[in-house]
Design a protein around this ligand. Structure first.
Ligand code: NAD
Length: 325
């Protein structure tokens, strides 16, 4: 199927991943509705889209069923990205995280079911692997959640599965692994590690690694995530829907390696960054030592072929921060 001339709702469309999705869908000549309450999203992320007649911004809250119903009206597909991210945020305030990520998710499922949406693709999370130590992570082998955030993302998968079986709503869950790239917020207590470190390096401040830097992650560039979302929307393979997929590059790098690559790319733009020292702090609660995805399932069923390794993605991301921060 060719993805154009469709009406697609992106919830959380003013956020990092959502705004990138909105942009690409508009480029492909779809009509895009963005539902966001700007809890963590930014107006500047959608500023350039607002002059496009095919883009509609609805300022609303997924905790409010009416807002969800309005947003989903006459929509073909939903890409549900709205949620409160961050493990530490959920440890500090589990109630709000649960309200948004679980009740809000359920509202979106109900509204999508009632509006006859053709497919509901949603942001799941690698945090669902919890305390499972097996590597690489395969979709069927999960452990116990290690944070309130992880519980909410697992509950999303359970609800989606029940809505597929009970009401026939087609769903696809995409378990993102440590996504990074343009428009990701470098500021605030809950900023993700890559934009935070880029900004600190650029300001000559020492990045602080939690632990000894040997923890590893499957860092995933935004364009790989966009590819997975589009493939999840267009697949007409019945075996490919009503299930969940890892969305990652399929390699892992330690935090020390990450910082080394960042320094390499950034010091070409400003040689003084070579002198910035790295600091080490305590390990963070709820963090697992290593994370690496098997992407076999997405490769096989969705024809997913990620094009950006960590190093290739970092070059693009750093250039964007250099020009935009
Ligand atoms: P983000 O914070 O940039 O985007 C989330 C968006 O949701 C924001 O624009 C925010 O304002 C919006 N939102 C929050 N609460 C809302 C509410 N009650 N009503 C309407 N909108 C609301 O985060 P992101 O990194 O773009 O994450 C997008 C999705 O991907 C989230 O579901 C997140 O849990 C998931 N995810 C992200 C990563 C990652 O590495 N970034 C990894 C795994 C899963």
């Amino acid at each position: 199927m060719n993805l154009s001339d469709k009406k697609i709702l992106v919830t959380g469309g003013a956020g990092f991943i959502g705004s990138n999705l909105c942009e690409v869908l508009l480029e492909k000549k779809n009509r895009v509705v963005c539902l966001d309450n700007f809890a963590t999203g930014k107006r500047e992320n959608v500023k350039d889209l607002q002059s496009n007649p095919n883009f509609k911004l609805i300022e609303g809250d997924i905790r409010n069923l009416e807002d969800c119903k309005v947003a989903v009206s006459k929509v073909d597909y939903v890409l549900h990205q709205a949620a409160l991210g961050s493990v530490p945020r959920s440890i500090k305030d589990p109630i709000t995280t649960n309200d948004v990520n679980v009740s809000g998710f359920l509202n979106m499922l109900v509204a999508s079911r009632d509006a006859g949406v053709k497919r509901f693709v949603y942001a799941a999370s690698s945090s669902t692997y919890g305390d499972s130590e097996s590597l690489p992570k395969v979709e069927d082998v999960i452990g116990k959640p290690l944070s309130p955030y992880a519980i909410t993302k697992y509950v999303n998968e359970l609800y989606a599965d029940v809505f597929s079986k009970t009401y026939g709503l087609e769903t696809v869950g995409l378990r993102y692994f440590n996504v990074f790239g343009r428009k990701q917020d470098p500021n605030g207590a809950y900023a993700a590690v890559i934009p935070k470190f880029v900004k600190q390096f650029m300001n000559g401040k020492s990045p602080v690694i939690n632990g000894d830097g040997n923890y590893s992650r499957d860092f995933t560039y935004i364009d790989n995530v966009i590819q997975a979302n589009i493939l999840a929307l267009v697949t007409n393979n019945p075996k490919a829907v009503n299930t969940v997929y890892n969305v990652a590059f399929g390699e892992r790098n330690t935090l020390n390696e990450l910082v080394g690559y960042l320094r390499e790319v950034l010091s070409k733009l400003d040689p003084s960054i070579n002198n910035v020292k790295i600091e080490y702090g305590p390990n963070r609660q709820g963090d697992i030592p290593h994370s690496l995805a098997s992407i076999n399932k997405a490769e096989k069923l969705l024809n997913y072929k990620p094009q950006f390794s960590l190093q290739k993605g970092l070059k693009e991301a750093v250039q964007w921060y250099w020009e935009n921060l």
